[in-house]
Design a binder for this molecule. Structure first.
Ligand code: N01
Length: 542
């Protein structure tokens, strides 16, 4: 009998599953578990569901994948009934959606909120996982699913005097739940990644003065966001299954609605290319990066695309010096391209200044603000938009011990090693969702989440049918998977800059390209083959 909403568990009465995280991955894993009569408890450190969308409440937070694609496909009635209001959904609406899913599928009673998973230990004598929470609760389970998210541990650089600031201070990835009032305030913001680029136009419109501290300029493409086109919605809803299937054939699991173009930049002359870039610019969003087939792999092609964006910046920002400072020079796309509404235009406002900290790093945070290049800047409110310890940060914060007491931190001391981004050798019955080695952040996260969870649940069914106690990735399969992933990444332009994909934004983090960059369709094919061929690369035990 399933132990639905079982408050505790024991070695003799274990849960089937402990799921860590109640974001989109955890919610779907729980829904699938309950649907197949498996007992499961979700541990969630936040006060409610939503994961990324629970924590990232900064002004302007919005998804860069379009609403009709950034949603679950597993339930036809859900996708027919839910209505998005904008082309790109804003954080409050996405959070409403997560809450709707939790209620619709009666998931909440199985989720422990405000509960941090502190340690997880594999007990070899009984093949169970023992999970202890920071509150002191203990759970025993046969399996663990780590639905901990890729961008769920904030990166707060160790600036000298970081905690000395006496005004209001916030990190975009851990934004307060109460409204923040910028009226009449002098605001400083450190960082110019997606979070900053989304929030700057909104903050600038309501504060007295905004100073942006930029170390590396980013490429940002206009979203051209607006109310969702109801005819488009109805057309998709009439054949939502086909639309989802088409998207699954796309490299990143989304974008099937966009015009297809498989040609090289060099197939067109300058005016033809510019027209093509312009068309994609007008469509808006992440699709700009794939205006041509070779902008991600050929440096010269990439530079042509990059120069197009730089010319857009120069054509938008009226002060030439500020415009040049905003022009990125790294490979376009090697840091994740941003999607904005009026970002570059905001630098034309009289109350916004840009300060480069590239050559003159922030010297220290002071009680009144910060010092860079010998100048003290005073603020009422300081925002750290300094990103995340991505993909591994949250997993490594938990004391996870596998076979022989080896910790995940030891196992991954030279960088994360997984098989298929789903399993870790030495850690039986322990699955990661959209972790390192998965297409994860290079794909539509919800599409990848559904695929991972479906694969895991099929695996559990197989184990039940075979009456096997454990499944574990082999060391060889894992190291081969990492080598294959690295080889694909080496053939791209991704490793050419210091991105969070490489862990390069966190001092001391091993420099490894973490996501699988072979594309969602080929990843799915590999996973399906592994399943069909009886799970090569895994060992089962009784
Ligand atoms: O973080 P980031 P983010 N001194 O790491 C700067 C997703 N997301 O939160 O580039 C000075 O991109 C750092 O500078 P540099 C999306 O996948 C999605 O903005 O390291 N500056 C950089 O400018 C995104 O990629 C959406 O030189 C310092 C900034 O801080 C990911 O989350 C919206 C510094 C950090 O940028 C992360 O985005 C928002 C220092 N010591 C986020 N340390 C969607 O649209 C760091 N910086 C769905």
């Amino acid at each position: 009998m399933p132990l639905l909403n079982h408050p505790t568990s024991s070695e003799t009465n274990p849960l089937d599953l402990i799921i860590v995280g109640a974001g989109f991955a955890g919610l779907y894993a729980l829904q699938r578990a309950l649907n197949s009569n498996r007992s499961a408890v979700v541990l969630e450190r936040g006060g409610d569901v939503g994961g990324t969308w629970y924590w990232n409440r900064y002004p302007g937070a919005r998804c860069d994948v379009q609403s009709m694609e950034y949603s679950y496909s597993f339930d036809e009635a859900l996708q027919q009934n839910w209505s998005w209001t904008e082309r790109y959904a804003a954080q409050p609406e996405i959070l409403d959606y997560a809450n709707h899913v939790a209620d619709r599928f009666a998931l909440r009673p199985h989720i422990r909120f405000d509960t941090l998973a502190d340690s997880m230990t594999f007990l070899e004598d009984c093949s169970l996982w023992r999970t202890k929470t920071a509150k002191g609760d203990v759970f025993y389970s046969r399996f663990c699913i780590m639905a901990t998210g890729c961008l769920s541990s904030t990166n707060l650089p160790d600036f000298e005097g970081r905690d000395d600031f006496k005004g209001e201070a916030y990190h975009t990835g851990n934004w307060p739940h109460e409204p923040v009032d910028f009226t009449g305030k002098r605001v400083g913001i450190i960082g110019t990644g997606s979070s900053s680029i989304q929030s700057i136009p909104i903050i600038a419109a309501s504060c007295a003065h905004l100073t942006v501290f930029q170390r590396t300029p980013n490429y940002s493409i206009p979203a051209h966001n607006g109310p969702i086109d109801e005819d488009y919605v109805q057309a998709i809803k009439q054949q939502y299954g086909d639309f989802r299937a088409l998207n699954q054939q796309m490299f990143a699991g989304f974008g099937a609605h966009q015009s297809r173009w498989d040609a090289s930049v060099f197939d067109l002359d300058e005016s033809g290319r510019t027209q093509r870039f312009e068309a994609r610019w007008q469509e808006g969003g992440l699709g700009f990066s794939s205006s041509f087939s070779d902008t991600g792999s050929n440096l010269e092609a990439n530079q042509i695309a990059a120069e197009f964006v730089r010319n857009k910046i120069r054509g938008t920002v009226t002060d030439p010096e500020t415009a040049e400072q905003l022009c990125p020079d790294q490979v376009l796309g090697c840091k994740r391209v941003c999607v904005d509404t009026d970002y570059y235009e905001t630098y034309n406002r009289a109350n916004v200044d840009l300060v480069s900290v590239k050559d003159h790093p922030i010297e220290r945070i002071t009680p009144k603000g910060l010092i860079t290049n010998g100048t003290q800047y005073d603020f009422d409110l300081l925002i750290f938009a300094t990103g995340f310890d991505a993909m591994t940060g949250t997993l490594l914060k938990i004391d996870i011990q596998g076979r022989g007491g080896i910790t995940l931190a030891e196992k991954w001391s030279a960088g994360p090693v997984t098989y298929l981004g789903l399993a870790i050798d030495g850690f039986p019955n322990f699955f990661t969702v959209s972790g390192p080695g998965s297409p994860s952040v290079l794909s539509n996260m919800i599409v990848t989440i559904e695929q991972h969870v479906n694969w895991i649940m099929d695996c559990l069914d197989t184990m039940q049918a075979r009456q096997t106690a454990t499944i574990e990735a082999t060391e060889t399969a894992s190291s081969d998977w990492v080598k294959a992933g690295n080889a694909i990444a080496a053939g791209t332009l991704f490793p050419t800059c210091n991105s969070w994909y490489l862990g390069a934004n966190v001092p001391g983090k091993p420099r490894i390209f973490m996501p699988y960059v072979g594309g969602f369709p080929s990843y799915v094919e590999i996973c399906e083959n592994v399943k069909r061929e009886g799970y090569p690369g895994f060992v089962f035990s009784n």
